[in-house]
Design a protein. Structure first.
Length: 315
């Protein structure tokens, strides 16, 4: 039933972050949540338990086709975020970021709805500044193997900002840094899922490059409230805001932690670093602390244990 409820569209709602966001939004009985996903990288299994909820609806559709819905808010998450997936179909990825974002913005404009873009730390590319704050313009290769995602998200941010400037559309832009937790795909291709699956299968953990690259990891249960706080923030907050964990560590040290937590006897093997792989990724979240009163609370070991428990069940 939609009567007297806030209708919220979540594009990419069957993906990793989307699933957790839909669950969180459905916990509020005043919300009616529509999940729109073409299931390219999202999984129907992620939303099975929600399909019996009378305040939830699933629409199987590509965001690159025009959307005709009556809604009040939009969380625009649609786009494969794993290099394995977006490098498999780079043209579709950049179309999702550009054409898909245009469709979402036009839908928001038609409904006078508030719309949030899930952008990414990838807009900073291989940063020459550490940590990265929102004023940093980045160091992105426009023709590299990651550019369909990096430049696609940069273009999406431009589109959102221009709709705000030209049409006074109510927008929010979240630059999401590495996020992990239950419901990541086994074949996701990112380090946390890769290392956990390899460790549980007693295989060697594959590190690309020296392992001295630094990343920060934000648990999904910290990120989702940050997205909701951003959506609910004052209308004068329309500029990009970093959401991530400012505590970074070396990839090789993450390996050692996961080996210990899984009680694995796996070894670490090193392979060639892929092109354009960033050496540093660490958010400055001063802005999120100030305007959203948000910061991550869940310690890495606790989040990893919950993620390991999930992968044990799946495997």
């Amino acid at each position: 039933m939609r009567n007297n409820k806030k209708v919220i569209l979540v594009t990419g709602g069957a993906g990793f972050i989307g699933k957790h966001l839909c669950m969180h939004l459905c916990n509020n009985k005043n919300n009616y949540v529509i999940c729109l996903d073409n299931l390219f990288s999202g999984q129907i299994e992620n939303i099975i338990q929600l399909k019996s909820n009378c305040n939830f609806e699933f629409v199987r559709q590509d965001v690159c086709t025009p959307i005709n819905l009556k809604i009040d808010e939009i969380y625009h998450l649609a786009c494969p975020a794993s290099p394995v997936y977006y490098q498999k179909q780079p043209v579709e990825t950049i179309k999702t970021n550009v054409i898909g974002s245009l469709n979402v913005l036009e839908l928001a404009y038609k409904n006078n709805a508030k719309v949030l873009l899930s952008s990414t730390s990838e807009v900073y590319g291989d940063p020459l500044q550490n940590p990265q704050d929102e004023k940093y313009w980045g160091n992105v290769n426009p023709v590299g193997i990651r550019s369909c995602y990096d430049e696609g998200k940069r273009c999406a941010e431009t589109l959102f900002m221009d709709f705000h400037k030209q049409y006074n559309l109510k927008i929010k832009i979240a630059r999401i840094f590495n996020t992990y937790g239950p419901n990541m795909r086994i074949d996701d291709g990112r380090v946390v899922s890769n290392f956990i699956v390899q460790a549980l299968r007693k295989k060697n953990l594959t590190v690309y490059g020296s392992g001295n690259q630094k990343r920060s990891f934000c648990f999904i249960d910290d990120l989702v409230p940050g997205l909701v706080k951003l959506m609910d923030s004052d209308s004068n907050i329309y500029y990009p805001i970093n959401l991530g964990n400012p505590e970074s560590l070396k990839i090789v040290n993450l390996c050692k932690i996961i080996i210990k937590l899984t009680n694995s006897n796996s070894n670490i093997v090193f392979k060639k670093l892929p092109d354009d792989d960033p050496k540093l990724r660490e958010p400055c979240i001063d802005l999120a602390k100030k305007v959203l009163d948000w910061k991550p609370k869940i310690k890495l070991n606790l989040g990893l244990l919950q993620t390991i428990k999930y992968f044990k069940q799946v495997l």
